[in-house]
Design a protein around this ligand. Sequence first.
Ligand SMILES: Nc1ncnc2c1ncn2[C@@H]1O[C@H](COP(=O)(O)OP(=O)(O)OP(=O)(O)O)[C@@H](O)[C@H]1O
Ligand SMILES: [Mg+2]
Length: 357
Amino acid sequence: MKQYDIGIDLGTSSIIIATEQQGVIFRQPSVGAVDTRSNTVIAVGEDALRMVGRAPRYIDIIRPLRDGVIQDHRMTNELIVRFINQVCPSRLIRPRVAVCVPAAITGIEADAVVESVMAAGAKQVYLVDEPVAAALGAGLDIRTPKGCMVIDIGGGSTDIAVISMGGRVRAASLPVAGNAFDNCIAQYVQEKFSIAIGPLTAEALKKQVACCFQSEFEGVMEVRGHSWETNLPARRLIYTRDLYEPVRELAARIAAAAHNVLQSTPPELAADVGKNGILLTGGGSMLRGLAGYLAGELHVDVAIAPDPLNCVARGTAASLSLGKYLTAGFRDATPKVWKSRLMGPRDPFHAWGFVVY
Ligand SMILES: Nc1ncnc2c1ncn2[C@@H]1O[C@H](COP(=O)(O)OP(=O)(O)OP(=O)(O)O)[C@@H](O)[C@H]1O
Ligand SMILES: [Mg+2]
């Protein structure tokens, strides 16, 4: 029977599904909306994201993954099941699924993810470490005894790893990534200009205006928000120089963590990293000037991988065929009870979209 393999990047900002042959086939924000009156999920992904900051009180907008950990198990389960059912609608071909989970996930959370994937109809499920998936997706050959260093800067966490022979040799994870930049920018604008702005506006400021170097770029954007002084709607122009301080503060925390990892890396591998440089993946790495700033702080070349947003998903899909070469950071997590069943479960309620939250 035809085999169908998919890789899922269970990210704080987005859930991305890829196959080794087709690349990315599905991407949706990791957001869901719950009607608290009936306790039902009324929207997920893009539809739920459009409601952020605009929904009536009885609708809860939930981001189930935060700061690199699973904060809402039921919504995470909901998103996994619905999204897998969208890409694999056939009941006959049951996919092998590799899932890249946040680095700081606990064993119990990982088990819950595995259960959700199995409930969505998977035949087998594998768990992959984020830095390993990022390196594979960036096209690095991590099977050789040669050190490479990857920094994956996502929405909720930054994962730093030195990898050799298919496994992590040194690694660190910190909850400073895209969302932390957004929060810091929003807080700074509020304190400095007395305007409260929403998370989507803060993210737009980060993407369009912010830069880690004051003199490298000069952008401007008009923001609209709520004035603390007049209690009325207000607008104001924000320039790159206005955001330099909060952006630089967080970039320095990432640089310090990478510095610690490099410091504890065995000399031979550190020499490899010095020669080959560091590769950045994840959407957060696209912050203007960040690669240059890290290169300056760490005295090593730093490059952004091609298509950084999709590296982890592509690498996760690729891990299914490379699994036997990966010494660590890739494991078969299929529960034994499922392995012994010829036909696995497919929760009929989930399969038909009748979901009680
Ligand atoms: N051009 C850009 N400049 C700066 N930041 C960007 C840009 N494009 C996307 N981002 C940021 O990238 C982050 C999302 O990246 P990504 O999709 O890699 O995260 P994730 O994988 O969902 O999160 P995590 O890996 O932490 O679980 C968001 O914070 C987004 O604002
Ligand atoms: Mg990620």
